[in-house]
Design a protein around this ligand. Structure first.
Ligand code: CP
Length: 302
């Protein structure tokens, strides 16, 4: 495969290869010199048109650990403010010798468009409300690492599914890997096409919690909302927030995940966020090894 645009493009064998490669590369993080010469002489461009803390820094760290040269491009402060298009920006960066472009953009489909314009590999780091495949891969990696398997795992994804690229990528990838996904949200925060997704849907968090091995909480993406999708934050939190009381109703071994950024007190209480059953910081750490694996496999490192 040349690009990573959608989690749905990965077969079960391909996804498993990425997870296994990430597990091998995780050992580099335990060394005193956290570096491999694998991508020496290659150039990775991080092209971010939307804000990011975790994805941008972990792609940068992953590329540097593999000895690639890294260019960090942020739309803010660039010639995008003068009207330069995505295509011209991408061709400019390609002319400087980019072997891979990691793109985050507010437009769904931006990564696919870019893949038609540049010669190198394109890695989708989040396009609008569409997909975030490396997030789903690092989430699957974290589940397998914590719980020992993915096949048959019962995963609840809770919150603003409508605006979530993380939810879509996780449904596609986890189903490929044999897990059963249930989306939990108020009807207003579910896409109209959700019945075509390979998963179940529930409006009742309390009913789903005792039957879940993994509960993945999602942030309400207020920045993508033009309308009001629920009466109040308090009511949303009461129906769909995860607090200590609800955590106690989950099976004893079940874990809580969150892709970040978290809004404490809304979708997740501080008590749950700080609990040892919450994997949010593990997900961030695993994201570095996972993105090393993806860069290594796409760029044919040796
Ligand atoms: N999970 C995630 O994509 O976080 P960032 O927006 O900080 O990259």
């Amino acid at each position: 495969m040349r690009h990573l645009l959608s989690a749905g493009d990965l077969s079960r064998d391909e996804a498993t290869l990425v997870l296994d490669t990430a597990a091998e590369l995780a050992q580099v993080g335990d060394r005193s010199v956290k570096k491999l010469p694998t991508l020496r002489g290659r150039t990775v461009v991080n092209l971010f048109y939307e804000d990011s803390t975790r994805t941008r820094t972990s792609f940068e760290l992953a590329a540097k650990r593999l000895s690639a040269d890294v260019i960090n491009f942020s739309a803010k402060g660039s010639s995008v403010s003068k009207g330069e298009s995505l295509k011209d920006t991408a061709l400019t960066l390609q002319a400087m010798g980019a072997d891979a472009v990691v793109i985050r953009h507010s437009a769904s489909g931006a990564a696919h468009r870019l893949a038609n314009w540049v010669d190198g590999s394109v890695l989708n780091a989040g396009d609008g409300t569409h997909e975030h495949p490396t997030q789903a891969l690092l989430d699957a990696y974290t589940m397998r690492d914590r719980l020992g398997r993915l096949d048959g795992l019962r995963v609840a994804v809770v919150g603003d599914i409508l605006h979530s690229r993380v939810a879509r990528s996780n449904v596609l990838l986890l189903t490929t890997l044999g897990a059963h996904v249930t989306l939990v949200a108020p009807p207003t925060l579910l896409p109209v096409s959700v019945h075509t997704w390979p998963c179940e849907v529930s409006y009742d968090l309390d009913e789903v919690l005792p039957k879940s091995d993994v509960v993945m909480m999602l942030r309400v993406q207020a920045e993508r909302m033009r309308d009001s999708f629920f009466p109040s934050v308090r009511e949303y939190s009461r129906n769909y927030g995860l607090d200590g009381e609800r955590l106690n109703r989950m099976p004893a071994e079940a874990i809580v995940m969150h892709p970040g950024p978290m809004v404490r007190g809304m979708e997740i209480s501080a008590e749950v966020a700080d609990s040892p059953r919450c994997t949010v910081t593990e997900q961030v750490a695993n994201g570095v090894s996972l993105r090393m694996a993806v860069l290594y496999l796409l760029l044919g490192g040796s």
